[in-house]
Design a protein around this ligand. Structure first.
Ligand SMILES: NC(=O)c1ccc[n+]([C@@H]2O[C@H](COP(=O)([O-])OP(=O)(O)OC[C@H]3O[C@@H](n4cnc5c(N)ncnc54)[C@H](OP(=O)(O)O)[C@@H]3O)[C@@H](O)[C@H]2O)c1
Length: 434
């Protein structure tokens, strides 16, 4: 029977999941693949720490040279970060090892070059676990791309922020209170920046965009917004308009070209993504032939992520791998021609906050909304903590005009986009003035 030697870089949550699956599913893996999978070495920072899994202590090392001496066939990046990880992965490829990674940051930033190196060496570079944890997103997209032009991928790709938004809505609590709860329960890190500011989701959507559209997307201001600005009042008013706010990572072809962003986005209650709750992830894919597809599941955790990694190890050994180049050439031309663009709703929400006692301001805002703001499809108001908040669902709307008007009446305004149109009749509250 063929023997495949695996070196693990890291034995934390993900590494422990991989070891557990290789131990508990060894027989099944042997039967399915005709291969015996053996752990050759495990790189950690501290060999004396207690571990979540039983491993032979002699396999643990803090010295990367010992990993190379163990002659691995596959190197698994379950340690994260860019340094020293990038150097180790380059070395693994140069030594002719297949690489399987859960590290979205590394793949988002250096994936294109690592693919080139892997291509030169004829080894696999697979990273299903880096996007959506246990949900088979990347391998499925790669398979779809053999036939389909992908129009749009929209996903809830960060479990921490989805948990926070769900609890804010269902428990009616403010952001800070829910974040503290999530940290206690282990759903959020002590430093939650990477999650709540959208960096984590942005890494993931960059990887998706490279695969589906063949483009490198740089991290630019304005394209990435997290959830720290989302208020309990917004969530309440959007709910009344038949909408739920989700931190959506979106990569889509528009008539103007590729658009990649992470932002709080409104999803109608009738849309599958609005029902992805708590720490779950969900991905909605639209292809020109296959139509709409929806996947959901655990986007993180020891076993779901471990499963994605072990599946990739099997793929690597079987020679099943994908390169982003498969998508590139034709897609670029099609985008320029504006062909196969995602359908846009043309709808958005303008959310105004003004002083509680400012009844004149409120009156003129409602007149503005039913007149110059654009086409008004629904409006909801709530008064809380000394402020009046007004959410207006608009189309044919010019943000600059609303911004200028808000400034004129001393209010603040923020805008949120809609993923899809609400079901007919849901967002049709009549506007009453006075
Ligand atoms: N957690 C998830 O559910 C999940 C899901 C999808 C993707 N990922 C990604 O998977 C990667 C690992 O995440 P994780 O949650 O498993 O992290 P983790 O629990 O913090 O584990 C990291 C492991 O890497 C080792 N390590 C870190 N830096 C090292 C260094 N410089 N030299 C040697 N060993 C080092 C640590 O050693 P010690 O144990 O000795 O400290 C630890 O075993 C990250 O890129 C993460 O984004 C995680």
């Amino acid at each position: 029977m063929k023997n495949v030697r695996i070196a693990l870089l890291g034995l934390g949550t993900v590494g422990s999941g991989v070891v557990t699956i290789l131990q508990t599913h060894a027989e099944r893996l042997r039967k399915q693949t005709g291969t015996n999978f053996e752990i050759a070495g495990i790189l950690v920072r501290d060999t004396t720490r207690s571990r979540q899994v039983d491993v032979e202590r002699s396999l643990l090392t803090t010295d990367i040279a010992r990993i190379w001496e163990s002659k691995p066939d596959v190197v698994v990046d379950a340690m994260g970060g860019l340094v020293p990880t990038l150097g180790y992965i380059e070395e693994a490829i140069a030594r002719g090892c297949h690489v399987v990674s859960a590290n979205k940051e590394l793949i988002a930033v250096h994936g294109a070059r690592l693919h080139a190196l892997a291509g030169e060496q004829g080894v696999g570079l697979l990273y299903e676990a880096s996007v959506g944890g246990g949900i088979p997103v990347l391998n499925t997209l790669a398979q779809l791309l053999n036939v389909n032009r992908i129009t749009r991928v929209a996903g809830i790709l960060n479990g921490t922020t989805n948990y926070i938004l769900t609890r804010m809505e269902e428990d009616g609590l403010p952001y800070e209170a829910v974040l503290a709860q999530a940290q206690e329960l282990g759903f959020a890190e002590a430093d939650p920046t990477a999650d709540v500011e959208g960096y984590d989701a942005f890494h993931k959507i960059r990887i998706v965009a490279r695969l589906c559209f063949g483009e490198e997307v740089e991290e630019e201001v304005g394209l990435r917004e997290g959830i720290t600005s989302v208020t309990a009042e917004e969530i309440e008013l959007y709910g009344r308009l038949g909408l739920r706010v989700k931190l959506l990572a979106t990569a889509e072809r528009t008539k103007a070209g590729l658009r990649v962003q992470v932002a709080p986005t409104l999803v109608p209650h009738s849309h599958a993504l609005s029902h992805v709750k708590n720490e779950y992830n969900g991905v909605f894919v639209t292809g020109d032939v296959v139509g709409d597809l929806f996947f959901t599941g655990k986007g993180a955790g020891m076993l779901p992520t471990g499963s994605a990694i072990v599946e990739d190890i099997v793929h690597a050994v079987r020679g099943i791998t994908f390169t982003p180049e498969t998508a590139v050439a034709t897609q670029a031309v099609e985008i320029k021609a504006g062909e196969g663009a995602a359908e846009e709703t043309g709808l958005e929400i303008a959310f105004f906050s003004l002083k509680h006692k400012d009844e004149r301001g409120e009156f003129s805002l409602l007149s503005f909304l039913s007149g110059e703001a654009g086409v008004l499809h629904g409006v909801e108001t709530v008064k809380r903590n000394g402020q009046t908040h007004v959410a207006a669902l608009l189309s044919s709307h010019d943000r600059a005009v609303s911004r200028a008007f808000a400034h004129h009446i001393g209010a603040t305004v923020r805008f949120r986009e809609l993923l899809a149109e609400p079901a007919p009749g849901i967002a049709a509250s009549p506007v009453t003035i006075g």
